[in-house]
Design a protein around this ligand. Structure first.
Ligand code: SF4
Length: 173
């Protein structure tokens, strides 16, 4: 039993080491004006070189550990956001980038806006700004990695169920 616990401990340490050193990410725009997305692209360029932390952009949610979200959640994007999130393997982490992703920002109160990302899926790291500079995005990534090193439990496991968001009815007449 003790041996099992030891091996389980070593295995967990190994998994944490791998996770912290190669957080593969997918980027999703759920309604952003593209300002935040341009900053994320800048963060991925050699000038800011976020790959030094092992962060690599992936095309498929099935290969990603981290979902980087920008923009408020629109009525149209809500189901896509949930589908992408659900396709990611556990444990998964979400970074909300920009004021709109945090609260709806400049689009708050619009008929087609449901609010910030955490109105739909659990969020682990919030990066404020309109748009946040690459340094702020890198700071958010580093904070997530530091938390992972310390044995952080993802928000997804803390709140297992996705929050049901009532989709407002639109009166087109
Ligand atoms: S936070 Fe600013 S830059 Fe980012 S999506 Fe909202 S309005 Fe655009």
């Amino acid at each position: 039993m003790a041996l099992n616990t030891t091996w389980q401990g070593v295995l967990e340490q190994l998994k944490t080491w791998a996770r912290v050193n190669s957080p593969w990410a997918i980027h999703f725009n759920s309604g952003s004006c593209n300002g935040c997305d341009i900053e994320i692209l800048a963060t991925l360029t050699p000038r800011y070189d976020v790959e030094r932390f092992g962060l690599k952009l992936q095309g498929s949610p099935r290969h990603a550990d981290v979902l980087i979200c920008t923009g408020p959640v629109t009525r149209q994007a809500r189901d896509r956001l949930i589908r992408i999130y659900e396709q990611m393997p556990e444990p998964k982490f979400v970074i909300a980038v920009g004021s709109c992703a945090l609260s709806g920002g400049a689009f708050q109160g619009c008929y087609n806006i449901l609010g910030g990302i955490d109105q739909v899926i659990p969020v682990d790291v919030y990066v404020p700004g309109c748009p946040p500079r690459p340094e702020a995005i890198i700071d958010g990534v580093v904070k997530l990695l530091e938390q992972l090193k310390a044995g952080y439990q993802p928000a997804a496991q803390r709140s297992r169920t996705l929050r049901p968001v009532p989709v407002p009815a639109v009166d087109l007449g």
